[in-house]
Design a protein around this ligand. Structure first.
Ligand code: SF4
Length: 315
């Protein structure tokens, strides 16, 4: 991993916070960096209690059964990954059925008929999507891990795709994230996504090329929601991520010092509880009616639907 360097900076000039790697603590020891992925930060921002169940409690509480929408999202993602593993001349729509069958995850569906319908739907999405791709073009990275360190974070994440496209001053990188949830996405989703911003920030440093554009490719509707970040907007997202990391580390320290874990990691009840893996272990979530594992498969998409955010399985 590339470390930030102060080479070329005038003596005494303040370093941007994001470049201050491993500041020294009181006793000359490096402060612990918070090792994180976008999912880890997102879990805490959504609900500190869910974060605790996922990342702190050991053994972790039992999860509920697998979700069909997660299976669908994972199957489509892996099929697209394997699409790019084919040589360009073999990237033809006829290859998709075999790719999807080979990666199909069967868990969570109500019955064989629902699973068959989901497979046909997913194949249709993929066939329409590959028609939009530039023939023979290879991305810079597919399911590529990017990582970066700041004063607070040791961030790493796996971007669905990183494209290199011509820009006014040379090649520029674009972060592409596939979505398979039931509702469409707009530019606000692309602009507000902390995960995409962190991928862009990390990709720029990993590849030493500008990376400001982030895109959400929604396969069910064939739409692309995009946002072009600036240095400032990336810095804002990074600051937000660092603030979250500090909150998490403070809560973990408090528990280590004897605080009540239930108070350090409070539950945040809401419509998401019905879709939470830990609902049955959570006193707040247990009051909320749970969803069937296949519930996101059946109902028509509707704006503001509370399953919209989960129906892509974080995909
Ligand atoms: S059920 Fe709700 S309150 Fe409980 S951990 Fe899950 S999201 Fe948080």
């Amino acid at each position: 991993m590339r470390r930030a360097s102060s080479a070329g900076r005038s003596a005494g000039a303040p370093r941007p916070r994001a470049e201050q790697a491993e500041q020294l603590g009181f006793e000359g020891m490096p402060e612990r960096l918070f090792v994180c992925t976008p999912s880890k930060l997102g879990a805490y921002e959504d609900c500190p209690r869910r974060y605790r169940y996922s990342y702190v409690d050991r053994p972790a509480p039992p999860k509920g059964p697998p979700w069909a929408h997660n299976s669908l999202g994972a199957s489509v993602h892996t099929a697209l990954k394997n699409w790019y593993a084919l040589t360009p001349e073999r990237r033809r729509p006829e290859a998709l059925a075999g790719l999807l069958k080979g990666t199909w995850v069967r868990e969570g569906y109500r019955d064989d008929e629902q699973e068959r319908q989901a497979y046909r739907r997913a194949l249709g999405w993929l066939e329409a999507y590959v028609e939009t791709l530039e023939p023979g073009a290879d991305p810079l990275g597919v399911e590529r891990v990017v990582a970066v360190r700041t004063a607070v974070l040791a961030f790493n994440g796996r971007a669905d795709r990183i494209d290199s496209r011509p820009g006014p001053d040379g090649p520029e990188l674009v972060i592409v994230d596939y979505k398979t949830g039931r509702t469409g996405l707009d530019t606000d989703d692309a602009r507000g996504s902390q995960a995409l911003a962190l991928y862009a920030y990390a990709a720029e440093r990993t590849f030493r090329r500008p990376c400001r554009r982030v895109e959400l490719h929604h396969l069910p509707t064939g739409t692309v929601a995009a946002h072009d970040h600036t240095t400032e907007s990336l810095a804002r997202q990074l600051t937000r991520a660092e603030d979250t990391a500090r909150d998490i580390m403070a809560a973990e320290r408090a528990v280590a010092d004897g605080a009540d874990p239930d108070e350090a990691f409070p539950p945040v009840a809401g419509p998401r509880c019905g879709w939470c893996d830990y609902r049955r272990s959570c006193p707040v979530g247990a009051q909320v009616p749970g969803r069937e594992p296949w519930a996101a498969m059946d109902r028509p998409a509707a704006p503001g639907d509370d399953s919209a955010a989960v129906a892509g399985g974080g995909s």
